[in-house]
Design a protein around this ligand. Structure first.
Ligand code: SAM
Length: 460
């Protein structure tokens, strides 16, 4: 068996960290230490770990890992092989409270770690977004952006909690909370990113729907033809959102329809359905699926073209009641050697959406891709009714060891026209785990998707 360079764990325990989400019963703070360090360094000395923000009772558990646990910025200590910072008990309800905390507490810690953390060592920040009554603030994203000015961001993991007994979450639902474990690494050339103050437009009111903050979906197996599409979302998920945000007879739109899951769900819920899809083969699959739906809702139209041509189509309704969509996963499907790509190729399935230049999945530069996508969204928001909702189902992207916070970036960029009104996570556990880098490097499988819902504000 290969030597595992990161920790002393056997493959079975290691595997818990290969998935980008876990329940809090599966993974505790102690497990992070066991995962990110070995008990002893190469000279046989016990490894030092810096832990901050834990109550005494928790520290005792951390000490049972048999590593040396340090809690103060002690300049005489040896180098640290890992740092675990717990911000779960802090409440940051706006950007100002994060900035104050960063300046007074977090930045001194990061400066200290910059000097005392071993090269290639990890830093984990445990933090939760603010959500109380109807106020929500994604402080974790802002903290993530700030820490990125010191260390490379490598991974985001969700630790999912069930709220106990009849404790209710901000939606008034007996709900479930998410703690982010943001994982960074000290590299030779850290820092890599300059900080841009986030400007999220957050709605004062939460847009409720049936779904809790996180949930695992087990969609029915996909039909053979639909499997041809590499990035499909389940109709049961779309149907739930459509029923929450619209009425019977309302008009639903998806600018990038793929196999037509949005339209299928919309028609089945008695709504009207419109959309674009640039790739001919997916358009054909979608058209066939729509023709076979037993529904009395006859009003639908799918157009095989670049959605940027929308103005040309005069038969489309002038206003949409709800938009729901999922963008291409940047150009990840074009990444040669990607694991899923290999598997899809072997099965004779499509490995990308299309080779078309106008297909957003074929832009190589992340910023260009984001600009184009945002431009498309901004253009279609103009057709969304006032106070209408817009849901985007999207993943953050990991490419060549770098994490691109696609979901966070979209929220930031779309804030001019819309307010974020809900963030939920669709967790997948029906995909085979790939043991990327086992033994040498750690790369987790991203099995969580953001469900970002915006409300069109009066601004546009
Ligand atoms: C993630 S997939 C959507 C999957 C879809 N939600 C489903 O469940 O099948 C994104 C789709 O956007 C399409 N696309 C990319 N650029 C486009 C453009 N400029 N106009 C219209 N569609 C585009 C791709 O061909 C791809 O099928």
């Amino acid at each position: 068996m290969k030597v595992n360079r990161l920790n002393d764990l056997d493959p079975k325990t290691y595997i818990k960290f290969l998935k980008s989400w876990a329940s809090e019963k599966e993974i505790t703070a102690r497990d992070f230490i066991l995962f990110f360090t070995k008990e002893k360094d190469e000279q046989g000395n016990i490894n030092n770990v810096f832990a901050w923000g834990f109550p005494d009772s928790e520290l005792q558990k951390l000490r049972s890992t048999r590593r040396n646990i340090f809690t103060a910025l002690d300049k005489n200590a040896h180098d640290y092989s890992y740092a675990l910072i717990n911000l779960q008990n802090f409440e940051f309800k706006n950007a100002e409270s994060v900035t104050t905390f960063f300046n007074e507490k977090l930045e001194p810690i990061l400066l200290f770690l910059q000097n005392h953390l071993c090269l290639k060592a990890y830093v984990t920040i445990l933090v939760r977004n603010y959500s109380k009554e109807s106020l929500y603030f994604p402080c974790s994203w802002m903290i993530g952006e700030l820490v990125r000015t010191y260390f490379h961001m490598k991974d985001e993991k969700l630790v999912c909690q069930d709220l106990i007994n009849d404790e209710k979450n901000f939606l008034g639902l007996k709900g479930k909370e998410v703690v982010y474990a943001l994982n960074f690494r000290k590299e030779e050339n850290s820092p890599i990113k300059t900080f841009e103050k986030p400007d999220f437009s957050i709605s004062a009111e939460y847009a409720q729907n049936q779904l809790p903050q996180w949930f695992v979906l087990k969609p029915p197996p996909r039909k053979e033809k639909v499997k041809l599409h590499p990035g499909k979302y389940p109709e049961i998920l779309v149907a739930d959102l459509i029923k929450s945000y619209t009425q019977r007879g309302d008009i639903i739109f998806d600018p990038m329809s793929g196999t037509g899951s949005t339209q299928v769900a919309a028609l089945e819920c008695g709504r009207k359905a419109y959309g674009f899809e640039i790739a001919r083969h997916f358009f054909d699959i979608a058209t066939e699926r729509l023709a076979n739906i037993p529904t009395d809702q006859t009003e639908y139209q799918l157009i095989n073209n670049d959605v940027r041509k929308i103005e040309k189509y005069k038969t489309l309704p002038g206003t949409f009641d709800y938009i729901i969509t999922s963008p291409p996963y940047w150009d990840m499907l074009n990444m040669k050697g990607a694991d899923t790509q290999k598997r899809r190729k072997q099965k004779g399935l499509h490995i990308n959406y299309s080779d078309l230049k106008k297909d957003l999945g074929n832009y190589e530069n992340y910023e260009d891709f984001l600009d184009q996508l945002v431009e498309i969204y901004e253009r279609i928001v103009l057709r969304l009714k006032a106070n209408g909702y817009f849901t985007i189902i999207v993943k953050n992207i990991k490419k060549k060891g770098i994490i691109y916070t696609f979901a966070w970036d979209l929220v930031q960029r779309l804030s001019k026209q819309m307010e974020l009104t809900n963030v939920q996570f669709w967790l997948q556990d029906d995909i085979k785990i790939a043991p990327y880098g086992w033994g040498s490097a750690w790369v987790s499988n991203t099995f969580h998707q953001y469900i970002l819902t915006f409300k069109k504000t009066g601004l546009s």
